[in-house]
Write a protein that binds this ligand. Structure first.
Ligand code: ZN
Length: 167
């Protein structure tokens, strides 16, 4: 079964990059631990937090404790603890809605793209909730390089979609 997560306040950047990698991630913005625990319990999500008290006070809750302040180390810890086929899952979810994006018929979808991207896009995806479009472009190459350099993950070359707003 695919694991689901909820990241605690203060770990927003980690959550965003987990989404890039294809994890099912929600952000928790509240301050009340009880609400966080309830939200996690309700949807069967693993809590990712830096709060050691939370772990001590709730030893039976499903919590993954992040000990380091170093962001890339945080992402490495998560990727090692919860490995997936990142080559497949990379950029497979909408970064706003946390749902899987859907592949569109390229010829039809091309017309929806900005003129510059229209020519070179070979794979186009759409979020079924917010309709944001994703396609292969230059942005993911940057993300791929950072992941390779800092996390030691090889999520492929430039075959996956980019993140651009269609507006
Ligand atoms: Zn969306």
């Amino acid at each position: 079964m695919v694991k689901k997560f909820i990241v605690d306040t203060m770990l927003g950047k980690l959550g965003r990059w987990m989404l890039h990698l294809g994890y099912d991630v929600l952000y928790f913005h509240g301050k009340d631990d009880r609400h966080l625990l309830e939200a996690a319990e309700r949807e069967g999500r693993i809590i990712i937090t830096r709060d050691t008290h939370l772990v001590e006070e709730h030893p039976h809750a499903d919590i993954f404790l992040i000990r380091t302040l170093d962001f890339w180390e945080q992402l490495r810890c998560v990727a090692q603890k919860f490995p997936m086929n990142f080559g497949e899952t990379f950029l497979s979810r909408c970064s706003h809605c946390n749902v899987p994006v859907e592949r569109m018929k390229t010829e039809e979808a091309r017309a929806l793209l900005p003129p510059k991207a229209r020519e070179r896009a070979t794979m186009i995806f759409r979020c079924p909730l917010c309709n944001k479009l994703y396609w292969d472009g230059t942005h993911p190459v940057h993300i791929i390089q950072l992941l390779r350099e800092h996390v030691g993950l090889d999520v492929g070359t430039d075959k996956k979609q980019s993140e651009h707003r269609s507006s």
